[in-house]
Write a protein that binds this ligand. Sequence first.
Ligand SMILES: Nc1ncnc2c1ncn2[C@@H]1O[C@H](COP(=O)(O)OS(=O)(=O)O)[C@@H](OP(=O)(O)O)[C@H]1O
Ligand SMILES: Nc1ncnc2c1ncn2[C@@H]1O[C@H](COP(=O)(O)OP(=O)(O)O)[C@@H](O)[C@H]1O
Length: 206
Amino acid sequence: MATNITWHEGAVSRNEREQLLGQKGLTIWFTGLSGSGKSTLASALEQHLLHLDVTSYRLDGDNVRFGLNKDLGFGPKDRTENIRRIAEVAKLFADATIIALTSFISPYQADRDAARKLHEDSGIPFVEVYVDAPLDVAEQRDPKGLYKRARAGEIKEFTGISAPYEAPPNPELHIRTDQTSIEGGVKIIVDYLKERGFLVPKTLIN
Ligand SMILES: Nc1ncnc2c1ncn2[C@@H]1O[C@H](COP(=O)(O)OS(=O)(=O)O)[C@@H](OP(=O)(O)O)[C@H]1O
Ligand SMILES: Nc1ncnc2c1ncn2[C@@H]1O[C@H](COP(=O)(O)OP(=O)(O)O)[C@@H](O)[C@H]1O
């Protein structure tokens, strides 16, 4: 534990950064089973936002576990620490007025709630998106062949098979990827962002 540390307030406010870059920062938190479509949706959304002249940045499960979180496994404590660190990183991006797109299974409601609190305590919007595909659909997709290996007992504590997934009871958005196309999913998110005033023409930013 670090002691004797002091928070240093900078001279430039988030509001001033928003004016400079002409966009608002927030975090869009995708959660769902492996193979539900988190990475696919985040990637398609990133591209769509680019065309709207909005900068976003993806933090993705596998990629972050190659670097920042390579010391963490898939037991409950490690998953909690994984999500805690990712929430901190996403908050930094959002504070820098970028739209952070996180795609992690994030199976525990308490961890997602903590990620939300971290953002909202700093006045940064947090949009929880439940990327929902029934287990049998995700398992049928099996884009990385992991379900097959989990069923064969080669991967322990695999979410949905031998480890829990707690579905969010009150997400801002619930996207059924077995019933909605990728483009349809992106539209649901973009419409929500527009309705909430999170995507504003650069010239109108306060
Ligand atoms: N045991 C186990 N359970 C679930 N997933 C596993 C496991 N082992 C490896 N993988 C691969 O790691 C990706 C999930 O990492 P996350 O960081 O998103 O997981 S978590 O949020 O900490 O639960 C996950 O990626 P996605 O398929 O994109 O979800 C898998 O590719
Ligand atoms: N409506 C949809 N939304 C998202 N992905 C879909 C959809 N329909 C089919 N898929 C497919 O499902 C798979 C989801 O994989 P991925 O995005 O890696 O999931 P996750 O990141 O949740 O593990 C991809 O092969 C994708 O093309």
